[in-house]
Every structure is written in C-alpha cells, then in structure tokens.
Design a protein around this ligand. Structure first.
Ligand SMILES: Cc1cc2nc3c(=O)[nH]c(=O)nc-3n(C[C@H](O)[C@H](O)[C@H](O)COP(=O)(O)OP(=O)(O)OC[C@H]3O[C@@H](n4cnc5c(N)ncnc54)[C@H](O)[C@@H]3O)c2cc1C
Length: 313
C-alpha cells in the first residue's frame, strides 16, 4: 500500500499538523496528516489510494468540535478554495462544501432566495449538512435537494434528499463520507427584506449568546421527550440551558473552561483552556444535571480524537 506521503495530490498534505487554530474553541492536538485537496477529483484519487485501515475524518471550520489534546490519528480532510463556489440557478442554490453558511445566505439573499436561517450559523456547508444545522425554525433538511459526496473508498456519488435520514442535529451519513457540494431549494424573497431579516437574527444572537467568546455553539442538545403538553415526543421543548441553570452550573469553571454566564448552554474557552478542561467541565455538568433532575444530557458538540497520545485517554 502506498505511503500517505507518496500518494499523488495536487492539494496540500501536512504531517503532524496542529488543529487548534482550525477550531472555534482553539484547542486540540495535531492530525497525523491534514489533507487539503485541490478539488473533488483530487480528493477522490487520494482516498482511492489511501490504505483502507487509515481512519479519515472530514473537518469543516471546527465550529462544532472539541478536538482532544492528543489530536486525531490518521487523516483529517479539510476542504478549501476548490470547494467554495456558490451558484444560484432559479430556485436552486448550489454551494461547495467549504463555503461558509453565512456567505451562502448572503449570496442567496442578494439573488432573492431565502436561506436566511444559515446567516448566523458559523459553520461550512459540509458541516451544516452533516449536522442538519438549523435555527429560527428552519433546518438544512427542509431545503436540501441533493448532495455530492465522496465515500471513504474514493467513489463519488450524488445523494438525493431521500437518500439521507435527517434528525435533530444529525444525519445518517457515514462519518468518513465527505460532502463536497449541496444543492438547496429556497423560496423567493425581496433582497431588502431578506437582508433585514438577517440583520434581526444577528442582533438577536448578539443579545442572547456569547458570540464574541470562543465556543462551539450549544453544548448539549435540548432534551428529547419533554414537551409543554407532558407527552413523550421529540419536540425538545425543555431547554438544556434551563436544566443547567437548575443544576447550579451557570458560570461553573474548570481550568480555562467555563459555562457562559450569558448563556449557560455555551461552553467557552475563557482563556488557556485545554480540550480536557472543556470536556471534563461538560461531563461535570451532565453529572450534576442527572443527579439533580434525572435527565441525561446529550452532547451536541462533537468530541473527536485522543485524550493523550499514549492512547490511555
Ligand atoms: C457561536 C456558535 C453558534 C452556533 N449556532 C448554531 C445554530 O444556531 N444551529 C446549529 O445547527 N449549529 C450551530 N452551531 C454549531 C455549528 O456551527 C454547526 O454544527 C455547523 O454546522 C458545523 O459546521 P462546521 O463546518 O464548523 O463543522 P465542524 O465543526 O468542523 O464538524 C462538525 C461535523 O461535521 C462534519 N463535517 C464537516 N465538514 C464536512 C464535510 N465536508 N463532509 C462531511 N462531514 C463534514 C465533521 O466530520 C463533524 O462530524 C453554532 C456554533 C457556534 C460556535
């Protein structure tokens, strides 16, 4: 099997590349290899030549990730310039997986198409599809027509909306399948109205969330099965911030990690936090919420990689 360093690639391959600066929380160890393919063909060729035992992790802009301090074994794929294109064709918005959600929302709005819900989500389109990102009542799942993906073995496929199972903040895409492009269908809207709607959303976020701190957004999913009617269902009406408050964990700290005073479901790097500080504080919150209310909070932030390089973590 060809060594990773010898696999032909038009893009860039970097060995032992620290990942902290590629994440919103600014923590985490290195990737054995960071691969930044030039385009989809380059990526497909690389994956086809890569030994099947090497783990592959696709990374967006790291706005929903804690990369652990020991880093990520194997290959991390990060899409860049060759995957940034955004096109509007009638009511379709076609975006490369590395395009930022905010740029897609703005470009769509300028063309009179409403994907405004993406404006304040700080991720990339690949991460948005994988996570079924959403806010203000709209989710990626509501708009997806199709997605271009490349499987772990290098096979390129087009998935229709019905080929992907979407659920609250997740999909059933295999974790090593790489999204390269997504086609959305978007309603029409007057650009000036869409622009005003996005400005409102930004103001609302800034007033309620620590948008200037280093975070990865909501730390825990809103607990399933709690609706205002008391019925067991999937409405997620009980808010994670409320149960964290009730457990007395707003403002709790560990090392440089803190549960934000402004929004208690935001775990922030208040300065000098390690990935271990952040994850341990999150686990402490889960424990306290379970002890006080019997609710098992589920992480929304993905934690990836190894705690320590000796594999003991
Ligand atoms: C301040 C703040 C506010 C946020 N608000 C929201 C919100 O309102 N709603 C919401 O849904 N989320 C929110 N988030 C979370 C986050 O922005 C989303 O989950 C986003 O979709 C993640 O995209 P990313 O590119 O950063 O992905 P990453 O964090 O890099 O990765 C997340 C997951 O997506 C996968 N992934 C990334 N790119 C690809 C790709 N090309 N192909 C296949 N898989 C890929 C990764 O493997 C990983 O499993 C917020 C985060 C922050 C920091």
């Amino acid at each position: 099997m060809t060594a990773i360093a010898d696999i032909p690639l038009r893009g860039r391959a970097t060995r032992d590349r620290p990942l902290a600066d590629l994440t919103w929380l600014r923590v985490g160890g290195p990737a054995d290899w960071l691969i930044q393919p030039a385009d989809a063909d380059d990526l497909a060729g690389f994956l086809a030549a890569l030994g099947p035992d090497v783990p592959v992790f696709p990374m967006g802009v790291g706005s929903n990730l804690i990369v652990r301090d020991g880093g990520i074994a194997g290959v991390v794929i990060r899409l860049g310039r060759g995957f940034n294109d955004i096109r509007i064709e009638g009511d379709l918005v076609i975006a490369g997986a590395a395009a930022l959600d905010a740029h897609v929302a703005i470009k769509a709005a300028e063309a009179g198409r409403d994907l405004t819900f993406l404006r304040t989500i700080p991720g990339s389109i690949g991460g948005a599809l994988r996570m079924n990102a959403g806010c203000y009542g709209s989710y990626v799942a509501d708009h997806v027509v199709s997605a271009r993906v490349i499987d772990r073995d290098g096979r390129a496929r087009v998935l229709g909306r019905g080929d992907i199972a979407f659920a609250y903040r997740t999909t059933d895409l295999p974790p090593d399948t790489i999204v390269t492009e997504v086609t959305f269908r978007a309603d029409a809207g007057a650009p000036v109205m869409l622009s005003a709607k996005m400005a409102d959303q930004i103001a609302k976020r800034d007033a309620t969330q620590p948008t200037r701190d280093r975070s990865a957004g909501s730390t825990f999913r809103n607990p399933a099965g709690f609706s205002s009617t008391g019925r067991a269902d999937d409405t997620h009406e009980l808010k994670a911030w409320k149960v964290i408050d009730d457990a007395g964990m707003r403002g709790a700290t560990r090392g440089g990690a803190q549960m934000s005073w402004m929004h208690s479901n935001f775990l922030i790097n208040a300065g000098g936090a390690t990935a271990d500080d952040l994850e341990s504080l999150g686990e402490e919150v889960r424990k306290r919420v379970f002890e006080t209310q019997g609710i098992a909070l589920e992480w929304e932030i993905m934690r990836v990689g190894m705690k320590r390089r000796d594999g003991s973590g």
